[in-house]
Design a protein around this ligand. Structure first.
Ligand code: ZN
Length: 180
């Protein structure tokens, strides 16, 4: 716990797998939460944070890749273009880095903290981070993009960290060996 009163949830916590609920009204409570989430993101040296990562199943994300802070309510990807593969980490999956293929450009519609409609056209890293955070709102994590071999290695790694919960919750690799 820290001055924000929020704590980052780690792989294994069910809230990370739930679909976040859309925010009906952008009010003071919502603005306060966005601002606490931003402070926690900066304190954790992250470039993005989604509400489910602090245990709240609500459609809110904050993103700052160094070019300004976005506080977004109900963000939705409405357009995708091209492809890129960047190595990603996640505050909820500490110590794990996975190359994830995503769109190179995205258009995101959202509400800002005053409840006004906002459209962001993002490319490269910003596009990647927005897609990563919006994945969180859909219960999706970077481990879901891992290959079979990576998943096996991850299970080992998380086990060696004695992270029992995480180990239990990590999806079983789907082996598709030919039947002989
Ligand atoms: Zn993440």
């Amino acid at each position: 716990m820290n001055e924000t009163g929020l704590k980052i949830k780690i792989l294994g916590e069910p809230v990370l797998r739930k679909k976040a609920k859309p925010v009906k009204k952008v009010d003071d409570e919502c603005r306060q939460l966005l601002s606490r989430m931003s402070r926690l993101m900066y304190a954790a040296k992250g470039v993005g944070l989604a509400a489910p990562q602090v245990g709240l199943s609500r459609s809110l994300i904050v993103v700052d890749i160094g070019s300004g802070l976005y506080k977004l309510v109900n963000p939705k990807i409405v357009k995708k273009e091209g492809s890129q593969k960047l190595e990603e980490g996640c505050l909820s999956v500490p110590g794990v880095y996975i190359k994830v293929r995503r769109a190179k450009k995205v258009r995101v519609n959202a509400l800002d903290e005053d409840g006004r409609q906002l459209t962001i056209d993002a490319g490269d890293l910003l596009a990647c981070v927005l897609q990563h955070e919006i994945d969180h709102l859909n219960g999706k994590l970077i481990v879901d993009y891992a290959s079979l071999l990576q998943k096996l290695a991850l299970r080992k790694k998380l086990k060696s960290h004695k992270n029992k919960v995480a180990d239990e919750r990590l999806p079983e690799p789907e082996a598709k060996f030919p039947k002989l």
